[in-house]
Design a protein around this ligand. Structure first.
Ligand code: AMP
Length: 210
């Protein structure tokens, strides 16, 4: 299964990708997580990406395409994968096609901007392993600490309210046109965000027939 998750920042792509990854036993490739790790480690990609990520703009396509091509060539991707946060522009989607990648489905999680703005304000991210939590809907067992690695939970710089607004604008302008791109290829499926993580997983499973 080669699956693309589409949806605004904060739509729950990362959370659902993680659930589906376990269920289908395939890796999730999250360009956001790869970029954050690169930034933390101060690699050349990280240094280049930093100003874009922190201001809510998209990292240049060629950087993303390079990262993803490299990652998809690894052996654990042989049986399929979930792309979380990539493609985010038409040129990125075209680059996947040009690499000969045939995806099975682009699944879009639909959610209103206002719900996202409320949701992002409660998001907490582990600074060590990138696991995300939410103070209300998905709290960690111990406040401020990651359930998985014990790392400190932080508010991502780009989850600040003014950056969230910029990211939503970027989403509507650059990423939303991908729905028409995949619709034209007969690959688009859309589901509505549900009040709970589990209920959203259920509608996704139904849409994918799994
Ligand atoms: P995410 O964790 O997916 O919300 O990504 C965080 C930030 O990383 C985005 O706001 C962008 O600045 C950058 N980013 C992640 N994926 C991409 C992509 N496919 N294309 C361009 N920029 C990206």
């Amino acid at each position: 299964m080669k699956l693309i998750l589409l949806g605004a920042p904060g739509a729950g792509k990362g959370t659902q990708a993680e659930i589906l990854s376990k269920m289908l036993n395939i890796p999730t490739i999250s360009t956001g997580n790869i970029l954050r790790a690169a930034m933390k480690n101060g690699t050349p990609v990280g240094l280049r990406a930093k100003e874009y990520v922190e201001s809510g703009r998209l990292v240049p396509d060629e950087v993303i395409i390079g990262i993803v091509n490299e990652r998809l060539a690894e052996p654990d991707c042989a049986n399929g994968y979930i792309l979380d946060g990539m493609p985010r522009t038409i040129p990125q989607a075209e680059a996947l096609e040009e690499s000969g990648i045939e995806i099975d489905c682009a699944l879009s999680i639909e959610i209103e901007d206002q719900v996202i703005i409320e949701r992002m304000s409660g998001r907490r991210t582990c600074k060590d392993c990138s696991q995300t939590f939410h103070v209300v809907s998905n709290p960690p067992k111990t406040e401020g600490k990651c359930d998985f690695c014990g790392g400190e939970l932080t508010i991502r710089k780009d989850d600040a309210p003014e950056t969230v607004k910029a990211r939503l604008e970027t989403y509507h302008r650059e990423t939303e046109p991908l729905k028409a791109f995949y619709e034209a290829r007969g690959k688009l499926k859309s589901v509505d965000n549900q009040p709970s993580i589990e209920a959203t997983t259920d509608v996704i499973k139904a849409a994918l027939g799994i």
